[in-house]
Design a protein. Structure first.
Length: 240
């Protein structure tokens, strides 16, 4: 997507509230000024792409608000969603650090504002700030561990267990929509949900209906309301 005057916004890193939840949270003022000097912040609509698998990273993306799905495309043309990025998350830095092409694609799930920091500025901060470098390496290791756990789940758990685990993950990661609400604060199409679980859309629709009949969840459009968290945990076989 090419930036235009209509979708560029002014957002200084030093005054960004989302920064508190990002890897940039502890950066000193000098580094924040480097970040802000050449970065762009753009608003995106649902369905717009940030980057494509197999292309070369030119910098890193930091989500100010909104959500982004990161996915790989299978040989059968079906998406496998690796994770859903939320405000404060970085995208693209692992490929940039390893000097490899993007290993996945990223598409905006809901209206978002996303900052792009050029490679040169990002590496300048990384090379001059040892604590930031260490923080980023820990994040890389954590993400690899999460991916390994997901692969194990795909291999060992049934589709029903994986769907229950995914609903719990969405609840814990994205929280509830407002105080006192049980609605998970993310709207996913049934196809996207199936692409996270790793199954057919029809199977997810059937299992959601079963979960609803069993009193585990309720459905409000594309959003899921958690009714019985303990039974969902049991369905996910977390303790099996």
């Amino acid at each position: 997507m090419s930036p235009t005057k209509s979708n560029q916004i002014s957002l200084q890193c030093a005054f960004c509230k989302t920064r508190e939840n990002s890897h940039f949270s502890d950066l000193p003022q000098d580094d924040l000024e480097v970040l802000s000097s050449h970065k762009s912040c753009i608003t995106y609509k649902k369905g717009q792409n940030l980057f494509y698998e197999g292309t070369r990273p030119m910098g890193v993306f930091c989500i100010n608000y909104g959500k982004v799905k990161v996915y790989k495309m299978g040989s059968n043309g079906k998406e496998q969603i690796l994770f859903i990025a939320k405000p404060g998350d970085f995208l693209g830095y692992r490929s940039l650090l390893s000097e490899e092409f993007y290993g996945a694609s990223a598409t905006v799930l809901e209206q978002a504002a996303i900052c792009f920091v050029p490679k040169s500025d990002f590496l300048k901060i990384l090379n001059s700030n040892p604590s930031f470098f260490q923080k980023l390496m820990k994040a890389v290791c954590h993400e690899l561990g999460v991916m390994e756990e997901k692969l194990a789940q795909l291999a060992q758990k049934s589709v029903r267990e994986r769907l229950a685990a995914t609903i719990i993950m969405l609840k814990e990661t994205y929280g509830m929509e407002g105080d006192g609400s049980e609605l998970i604060d993310i709207a996913l199409s049934r196809e996207d949900l199936a692409n996270i679980v790793g199954t057919a859309t029809e199977t997810v629709i059937r299992l959601l209906s079963e979960f609803k009949s069993d009193g585990l969840i309720a459905l409000e459009g594309k959003k899921i309301k958690v009714i019985d968290s303990q039974r969902l945990v049991h369905e996910a076989d977390f303790y099996g």
